[in-house]
Design a protein around this ligand. Sequence first.
Ligand SMILES: [Zn+2]
Length: 372
Amino acid sequence: MFDGERVIAATDVMLEDGLIIAVGAAAAGAADVEIDARGETLMPGLIDAHTHTFDGSSAEALRYGVTSELDMFCLPRPLARYRELADHRDDVADLRSAGTVATAPGGHPIPLLASLVGTVIDPSDVTEIEFVTDPAQAPHFVRARLEEGADYLKIIIDDGTVHGTDLPVMTPAVATALTEAAHDAGLRVIAHTVTAAEANIALDAGVDGLAHVWADLAPKAPASRRLAERIHAQGVFVVTTLAYFEAITAQRPGTARCSHTGHYTNAVGALRALHRAGVPLLAGSDATPFVPAHGAGLHRELWLLTQAGLSAEEVLASATSVPALHFDLADRGRIAPGMRADLLLIEGDPTRDISALSSRTAVWRRGVRQAR
Ligand SMILES: [Zn+2]
C-alpha cells in the first residue's frame, strides 16, 4: 500500500459507507465483500491540482483514477451544474473551484475564453466578468467569489510574453489588495504566473501558491535558484503543470501558442530548482477539453515529473497527500481511518514504476467501485 506519504507492507483496509474505517490489524475482521489484492498496490485516488472543468470532464477524469479535481477557473453557471453533479453522483470526480478568476480587463485568459464561446462554452453560460482595476474593489470581488461558492481565489499575473502576445496585466497593488481581501475572508490565493518576474510580483503580494512553474529562465540560471529559495522561505507551494508547457511548446491544436520551444526545457529547470529548494510540489496538468486532457493529462504530468528527476514516491505524494494538505482537503489524499474511500488498486508497483498507474484494476470514489 502507498498511503499517500509512504509505502506500507502488505496490510488490510476496511471500507464502510464511503469511508475507510480501519487499516492494519483492526481491518482484519470479516467483511461483506473481500478483495484479494495480492501483487497489487492500493493507493489514494489521484488529485489534479490544476484543471478547468467543462461538460464531461469530471467523468473523464474519474475514468483515469482522478477522484478530485481542483478547478482553477470556471464560469459561475456551469460551475453550479458541475458541483451538483459532483455532490450527487459517484461516477464523476469530486470538484473544488476558484470560480471566476481575477484578471485585468482583456487580460489572460479572456481572449482564450472568448475564442471558446460557441464550441466548448455554451453562449448561454457566459455571464459578465467582474474586473478589478483599483485596489479598493478587491473586497467586493472576493465577496462575489464567496457568493458563487469559490473554495479559493485565483489571480492572473501574465503579460502574455510566454504565449507570444502582449496582454493587459493587473498591477502589483491590485494583486496585493486581492490577496489581503481573500485572506481576510479565509480563502487561499493561487496566482497564475508563467515568468520569474510575475512569480516575484505574486510573492510580493503574499499569495499561498503558484499555479505554474516559470518558463522564461534558462534551466540552470542562478535567478531560478534564488526564486525557488524565496518561494521556499515564504512557505508557498507550486503546481507543476509540465504537461501544460509540453502542450503549448508542441503547439498542439486547441492550445495557446507558445513563442519559442525553449519554454518546456525552462519549465523543467524551474521544477528541478524548486525540488532542490524543498518547495511543496503539487501535480497539476492544467487539463482542458483539448490537451492536456482530463485524467490522461495528469498521468502524463506524473510521468514527466519522474523524467524531471522526482522519485516515483514523491510524484505519487504530489498527486495525493501534498495537494490535500495545501488545499485543506482533510478528508482525502491519504489512506487512514476516517478518510473518504477514494482509492485505486493498481496492478504492480507504481512506487517503483509510475507507468503502472495505467494498470488500474479498481477505482473507488467515496466507496463506490467504478465500472471497468
Ligand atoms: Zn489553467
